[in-house]
Design a protein around this ligand. Sequence first.
Ligand SMILES: NC(=O)c1ccc[n+]([C@@H]2O[C@H](COP(=O)([O-])OP(=O)(O)OC[C@H]3O[C@@H](n4cnc5c(N)ncnc54)[C@H](OP(=O)(O)O)[C@@H]3O)[C@@H](O)[C@H]2O)c1
Length: 323
Amino acid sequence: MRAILFDAPGGPEVLYYGNAPDPVAGPDELLVRVRATAANRADLLQRRGAYAPPSGASPILGLELAGEVVAPAGPWRAGDRVMAVVTGGGYAELAAVPVGMAMPIPENLSFEQAAAIPEAFLTAYLNLFTLGRLQTGETVLIHAGASGVGSAAIQLAHAAGARVFATAGSAEKLALCRELGADAAINYREESFAERVLEITGGQGANLVLDFVGAPYWQQNMAALALDGRLQLIGFLGGSAGQLDLGPIMAKRLTVTGATLRRTPLARKTALTAEFIAFALDRLARGELRPVIDTIYPLDAAAEAHRAMEANRNAGKLVFRID
Ligand SMILES: NC(=O)c1ccc[n+]([C@@H]2O[C@H](COP(=O)([O-])OP(=O)(O)OC[C@H]3O[C@@H](n4cnc5c(N)ncnc54)[C@H](OP(=O)(O)O)[C@@H]3O)[C@@H](O)[C@H]2O)c1
């Protein structure tokens, strides 16, 4: 099969479209002809040699895909349209997918639209609901609101009846956040998001914060959280190390948690996938939730997409089409 490969870690220029052995599906796996996949920050780290795939995962880049089943297993039949999170191997013509990770693609969505869903929406669902315990009527602050994960999180939280605040770094990205359901959109480059959240909530703060930035946001996140608030650490775009004041955790009875979807055990990811299907599939079919796509590239232009993501240019997902 054809796949995006690299022989030594480095910049986007190390990527090339070459030949790789076909994957072999295990007993509880489907073989899927991949019709579209998408870029993730983890792909950039893996390409640079800073993020080794978990043991047993394909060494090929790509954490999500949409395509057709070619070798069925479990309840799936040949020709079924599926989308899934995978631990690797998405940037290729064929991929093995655990049976319980496959989700049916609603009829109204193309393969390109479907490929923008799995990683962003499952990560958002895991951190908002499973770990973050977000309830109807609560307030949630979502950083990087126009990112792939952020754009999914705003829609999911809004659909669950939460009050949503989002941060982003440009007027266009803030407008997208509002369009997706954010009640307030805050430009973190121009004002203190903590002050804005406290002002909007009458000094109460947010019940939940979804953070992708890390150490540089710690102090403001602590200030923006309400009593008994929860902080979900999902990414460290600004770094993970620094001098942190732990005081507010005790004073406000805060909970701080982190997780990576890729390293979550398969049984838990399968349960998460089933919960997400129950919550989101009909909403996706009705257009109440939608994948947000910045650009669709042919797969052999993967390097170009990596450059765009590294420059923070995208609002929503960068998708690859595989013809
Ligand atoms: N834990 C997990 O399981 C998991 C799964 C998937 C993704 N992630 C993480 O989630 C984050 C978002 O991923 P994604 O693919 O959705 O990202 P993305 O679409 O590439 O968007 C990231 C956005 O974050 C903002 N940003 C970047 N650096 C920043 C900084 N230093 N301070 C403030 N804002 C910054 C930029 O938007 P602005 O222009 O608004 O600044 C950028 O466009 C990444 O950190 C990724 O590693 C984690």
